[in-house]
Design a protein around this ligand. Structure first.
Ligand code: SOE
Length: 390
């Protein structure tokens, strides 16, 4: 019988739903010694969280996250609230001896992120940040090809993350659904929200980023507040950001993100070019990986279009028969399965807080460079006490 792990979820939005679904499904598709129990869901509004809890099968509700953390029957706290609340909740949860899972980005900035790393490490609390795109089978396959040496020495890494949902000047900012547009709640715009994904994937595939030079733009300068109609506030977030990077391995990279690319809905792409081969991915065609192998005979050189649904492909032996694609929600289930396996084996599932802090350092450097117009060296992570022992 799998051992129960009692989850306390804070937040009920897009990510609250994605995580709830993962907790419900993971044991159906992965053989694990641990079974998450949907113990309690928490949000300020009692009516809202009651409806959410009833829909997803959470056993109980709380309206104060401190009470949730204080409960003896909760083993793990899952943070699915706006970015400006991550730090305080994570610190309290770690101090209470809970396992801590946190939505991306880790924090508003690296200063906060470092405090979160120190808190979970001091408490010995298992932790993970939900950079779910690593768990797309096609991206995991790209990682496998890189690790197998099929890309070889990397020269170029390029990533784009484009959306188009904030173009209307009539869209308000703040509140429960539009906090991503409010600098106080989000910390930044596309840099922390979208490029954090691109940076996490890039460093996973191609190693640390050493320095950056960036530009950002805010196209709509002020917006009404969602919660206070008629009240207008300056927009503090970056609507678009483009930056160049030098990776520590000597390769160069270009990154671009915006929420003003008409027609692009969740266009998260990357391409990596090495001396032996290239890989290329597009989230809007998420079950495919493009791969060019320079080792092929000259007369058959060409891009392969790999349909990543075979049982030999990462995660796919847990899902359907070849050719039956999985979707966005499965990336969270795959991530959770990895995390639960890590708890069982004692391995630290990545990306943990410390790993996500490195992404935060890059985001900070990008925003600083956009302000100063200068190249900025990325602060390197503090030595990892656990790795130092090994
Ligand atoms: C923003 O629109 C957003 O919802 C991000 O916050 C998610 O992390 C991303 O995966 C989809 O887009």
């Amino acid at each position: 019988m799998p051992k129960p792990l009692n989850i306390g979820l804070i937040g009920y939005g897009f990510m609250g739903r994605a995580h709830s679904n993962a907790y419900r499904k993971v044991n159906q598709f992965f053989t694990l010694d641990t079974r998450p129990v949907l113990k309690a869901a928490c949000a300020r509004s009692e009516d809202t969280i009651r409806e959410f809890a009833d829909n997803w099968g959470w056993e109980s509700i709380e309206t104060d996250w401190r009470k949730l953390i204080a409960r003896d029957d909760i083993d793990a706290i899952d943070i699915c609230v706006p970015n400006n609340l991550h730090r305080e909740i994570a610190l309290a949860a770690a101090q209470a001896g809970k396992i801590v899972l946190c939505e991306k980005p880790l924090a508003l900035n690296a200063e906060e992120g470092l405090q979160m790393v120190q808190a979970v490490e001091a408490a010995g609390a298992a932790n993970m940040v939900w950079f779910n795109y690593r768990r797309i089978p096609a991206i995991s396959l790209a990682k496998q090809l890189v690790d197998e040496g099929r890309v070889g020495r990397c020269f170029h890494y390029r990533a784009e993350y484009l959306q188009d949902w904030t173009i209307s000047p009539k869209l308000p900012q703040g509140g429960a659904t539009l906090w991503r547009l409010d600098i106080d709640a989000a910390g930044s715009g596309v840099t922390g929200d979208l490029l954090a994904h691109s940076i996490d994937t890039a460093m996973w595939l191609n190693g640390p980023i050493a320095s950056v030079t960036a530009m950002t733009e805010t196209f709509i300068k002020e917006r009404e507040l969602q919660d206070e109609p008629g009240v207008v506030k300056p927009v503090g977030i970056d609507d678009a950001c483009a930056f160049l990077v030098r990776f520590a391995n000597g390769s160069m990279g270009t990154f671009e993100s915006t929420r003003y690319a008409r027609g692009r809905k969740n266009y998260n792409t990357f391409e990596m070019n090495g001396d032996k081969g290239s890989v290329c991915f597009d989230l809007e065609d998420a079950h495919r990986l493009q791969y060019f192998d320079n080792g092929d005979d000259d007369h058959v050189h060409g891009w392969r279009d790999i349909l990543v649904t075979d049982s030999e492909h990462p995660y796919m032996d847990h899902w359907w028969v070849p050719g039956c694609v999985i979707g966005y929600e499965h990336t969270f289930i795959n991530a959770l399965a990895d995390f639960l396996k890590g708890l069982e084996t004692g391995e630290r599932t990545q990306p943990d807080f410390r790993c996500a802090l490195q992404t935060q350092y890059v985001c900070d450097a990008v925003l600083q460079s956009a302000k100063t117009g200068q190249w900025v060296e990325v602060v390197s992570d503090q030595p990892d006490p656990l790795e130092a022992q090994t």
